[in-house]
Design a protein around this ligand. Structure first.
Ligand code: DGY
Length: 415
């Protein structure tokens, strides 16, 4: 039975309710600040009914950009005791109190989509944002590539897939015994079975301490950070961003030297993440070269990056047929699959949308449409949850979630 009779209105209301004036929180309570990739998706949602507000969202995000080009994963605009770790734990010195890591760079891609929706209204905004988007891209090319040209995540939060099995081998080698006492806040807002474990959290906080100890000096962190994993999320989104930046620069006659070379480098890096034995794009520990052995929903972002793969297409077709609510964040046939625990099984509407963009653009219209309609069923039946059990559709994590609402408005709800 369809409980959500007017999902368009509900989705718009969620964006409006989560708007804190220039930026949008992902959800009340659990995530009370501006998150980087959530915000880029929020902008896409706003563009469906308020294009000016869409631009403002991205402009506010870039108002937190550091002098070196880095755009933090969280901007702590207004202190909120309901979230840990806050600005005091990160100890950063950007223009706005922030975290010291990034998130998947999807802002350039979403800005291009917003600009294309109304090129006339968007041209001035795009022109003034472009140098900042390019500076962030260059920062990533400087500090996050491995020897193959794949893009690394230096904290599980950086790839946005906090407790994904991709990090298990690397996390097990980390010593977090001296992390000290701290008080989690996330499990006060949502069911702890849906969230990462204490073992994970100890390592998340330890990694923040390591970064803070060297004042987020990226050169030092290349050696000091035990967590450096080349990952499909970062690699595919960075490659896609480079392609979009090149298209915008050519269309508007903006200088952007080096993007063609970056794209070639990133294409080689993306291909290097193909794990032949696994038959999937996979993550790889940049320190040891060890594969993670993980088929995740990030593996399906290849088409979003313009990278075709027969192997992934076969998998996608089989998952679309056999899993009631695809794409699961971890392959259900793997022993560690957990249908409720965050990035270890649940389906995420935002990842589906990015994969759906790619499938559609590369001509896999049937698969793209199936993924879209199954995501639409999921949201219109179970609501605007943060993520969903891929077997039953049952909603999990935060409720009234900004990016799920934005995905509905821009993609899932448009047939
Ligand atoms: C959290 O706090 O759970 C976030 O995912 C960090 O980005």
């Amino acid at each position: 039975m369809n409980q959500h009779t007017n999902p368009d209105r509900e989705a718009r209301n969620i964006l409006i309710a989560n708007d804190r004036g220039g930026y949008t929180i992902p959800t009340e309570g659990l995530y009370p600040y501006q998150w980087n990739w959530d915000s880029a998706i929020a902008a896409l949602g706003f563009a469906e009914f308020d294009i000016d507000r869409a631009w403002v969202e991205i402009e506010t995000l870039f108002s937190g950009q550091w002098d070196d080009g880095m755009v933090p994963h969280i901007l702590f605009h207004k202190q909120d005791e309901g979230y840990f770790p806050g600005p005091d734990v990160w100890g950063c010195n950007g223009p706005i109190p922030s975290s010291g890591i990034i998130q998947p760079p999807i802002a350039a891609t979403m800005a291009r989509k917003i600009w294309e929706k109304d090129p006339e209204a968007g041209e001035v905004r795009m022109r003034s944002l472009f140098p900042a988007l390019l500076a962030w891209h260059r920062w990533i090319m400087t500090w996050r590539l491995d020897d193959h040209g794949a893009v690394c995540t230096t904290h599980p939060w950086e790839a946005g897939r906090d407790n994904a099995p991709d990090w298990d081998n690397t996390m097990v080698r980390m010593d977090a015994s001296d992390v000290g006492e701290y008080q989690r806040r996330d499990t006060k807002h949502v069911n702890s079975d849906d969230r990462p474990t204490k073992y994970d959290y100890d390592r998340y906080i330890k990694l923040v301490q390591i970064g803070r100890n060297v004042h987020w000096d990226q050169r030092k962190l290349l050696d000091d950070n035990p967590f450096r994993v080349a990952d499909p999320t970062m690699s595919f989104t960075t490659l896609r961003a480079a392609r979009d930046l090149l298209i915008v620069s050519e269309a508007l006659g903006l200088p952007a030297d080096g993007l063609t070379e970056d794209i070639a480098k990133l294409e080689a890096g993306a291909q290097s993440l193909w794990n032949d034995e696994l038959g999937s794009f996979d993550s790889r520990d940049a320190h040891t070269g060890e594969w993670s052995g993980s088929v995740s929903n990030a593996s399906y972002l290849c088409w979003y990056a313009g990278v075709d793969s027969k192997g992934m297409l076969q998998r996608a077709r089989s998952v679309l047929e056999t899993v009631p609510y695809p794409f699961p964040s971890y392959d259900p046939s793997m022993p560690g699959f957990d249908p409720r625990r965050y990035w270890r099984g649940p389906s995420w509407a935002i990842m589906n949308m990015l994969a759906g963009f790619g499938l559609d653009e590369m001509g896999y219209k049937k698969e793209a449409e199936l993924l879209r309609s199954k995501t639409a069923d999921l949201i219109s039946t179970f609501g605007f949850a943060e993520y969903f059990d891929p077997m039953t559709g049952s909603p999990a994590g935060g409720k009234a979630f900004t990016w799920t609402a934005a995905v509905w408005l821009h993609w899932a709800g448009r047939n």
